[in-house]
Design a protein around this ligand. Sequence first.
Ligand code: AMP
Ligand code: ZN
Ligand code: FE
Ligand code: FE
Length: 270
Amino acid sequence: MRIDLHIHSTASDGSLAPAAVAEAARLGGLHVIALADHDTIAGIASAQVAATGAVHVIPAIELSTYHSSGELHMLGYFINPQHPELIEYGDRASGARETRMRDMLARLGGSGINVAFEEVLDAAGSKPSSVGRPHLARALVKRGYAHTVSDAFDRLIGDHAPAFVPTRLATPAEAIDLIHGAGGLAVWAHPRSELLPGELPAFVEAGLDGVECYRPRVPHPESERIARIAAEHELFVTGGSDWHGEWQGRLGDFAVGRDDVSEFLDAGGI
Ligand code: AMP
Ligand code: ZN
Ligand code: FE
Ligand code: FE
């Protein structure tokens, strides 16, 4: 069984529509995927319809949280996409992300970089539920203000760059509560290993269920270290590509096996 538990679509900052993600997963030889868009569940239904049983689509979300260490992402799995609080959160997040994007554009404008909000939406293709920095990065490249998306992040909009404005939607503990309220399991996305030992006890106290462990470009000793720390705290481990589009390779190039994440899938009834 080939599994990828972290994929984005055009509902947020991915490049394929949700239905096309399901099809690409099938073509890439994946059997189980999780669609985990930033702060939105808008893509889940159409991915599930398009998957037609060939691929199992786990309903998921990647919540943007703020923390003393900076932006921290919390994945929610096996959530009920119809849960009223989750729908309310998605609506609020969509508006907050638009406001935050306009704040970033104003900061850029202050240094003579003039990009309109509509250009950011154009760069997203179809209107995303959740507008994000990758859209802005593409608009900056298109207008010649940056050479590449990486250059845009490095000089202008990365976490420590001058035009960055955080998305202050929830604390990690609030995100965990929201995920649990919607019937899901909360997993710390792409944890930085130097943060893990210090921060994990507080997150476990708040109800964290798992940590993302297996990822592309994370060397084996590092993922084994994360798995060991997770085991010490009796947490699930998960794995996923965090795939946004073809520039990261083909969907399905990265997969974890059932053995790697069996306890987590068992907990979700898969
Ligand atoms: P946002 O949710 O708008 O803050 O955007 C976060 C997203 O930006 C992440 O999920 C990544 O897809 C992307 N991202 C963050 N940092 C970088 C970077 N240095 N280079 C390219 N993409 C990045
Ligand atoms: Zn993203
Ligand atoms: Fe993330
Ligand atoms: Fe992600």
